[in-house]
Design a protein around this ligand. Structure first.
Ligand SMILES: N[C@@H](CCC(=O)N[C@@H](CS)C(=O)NCC(=O)O)C(=O)O
Length: 193
């Protein structure tokens, strides 16, 4: 979604998570962490974090800016992005990974020693998601976009978190300001890619 917003073309290879292709020797030779996405350079360097990959492209192509330009914008976008990752993604991830039989002994994504599922994290993840949505709703009742007056990487992160929650049937009571913002994000051409 970030690349589409920026109009950046990158050669991409799909990795099929449904068949655990990310854990095959061929993929682990590229990214030993066993997660997607990964950005591989010809010199063998690999970036294995989504935000880091986007920051790399932002440094190469600053316009249109999605990580802010003023010190205040940059700080606000970073603060919201980290919160969405640490609270939103974590909540959905905990509820999802600890409840699906497919992830038995693989409660953490990527290549780890056996990691048992902890059933208590399912309810905790749901409660965390609910609280997180309250915070998002309050923020979006006072601001058009998550980090301020224009769309930013924080909105992409937040949108993906909400989509992930919907896909895992986590969505609870509809929040009016989240709904308004979500509809605006869903209309962006980048949401369709
Ligand atoms: N913090 C990493 C997380 C990457 C991650 O966990 N990706 C998931 C897909 S959304 C994955 O690779 N899962 C592999 C697995 O479940 O084994 C990032 O933002 O790039």
């Amino acid at each position: 979604m970030y690349l589409a917003e920026k109009g950046i073309h990158v050669d991409r290879v799909m990795v099929d998570l449904k068949t655990d292709e990310q854990l095959t020797p061929a993929y682990l030779a590229i990214n030993p962490r066993g997660t997607v996405p990964a950005l591989a350079f010809e010199d063998g360097t690999v970036l294995d974090e989504t935000s880091a990959i986007c920051r790399y492209f932002e440094a190469l192509h600053p316009d249109p800016p999605l990580f802010g330009t003023t010190p205040e914008e940059i700080g606000r976008i970073e603060a919201w992005t980290r919160r969405i990752e640490a609270e939103g993604y974590a909540a959905v991830g905990d509820a999802y990974r600890n409840s699906r039989p497919f992830f038995a002994d693989r409660a953490l994504s990527g290549k780890w020693p056996a990691m048992p599922q902890l059933p208590g994290l399912v309810d905790r993840g749901r409660a965390m998601w609910d609280r997180f949505l309250d915070v998002m709703d309050a923020r979006l009742s006072e601001s058009e976009w998550i980090a301020g007056g224009s769309v930013s990487y924080a909105d992409i992160c937040g949108f993906v978190a909400v989509e992930f929650a919907r896909a895992t049937k986590l969505q609870s009571v509809e929040r009016p300001s989240v709904a308004r913002w979500h509809a605006a994000m869903a209309e962006r051409p980048s949401a369709g890619v």
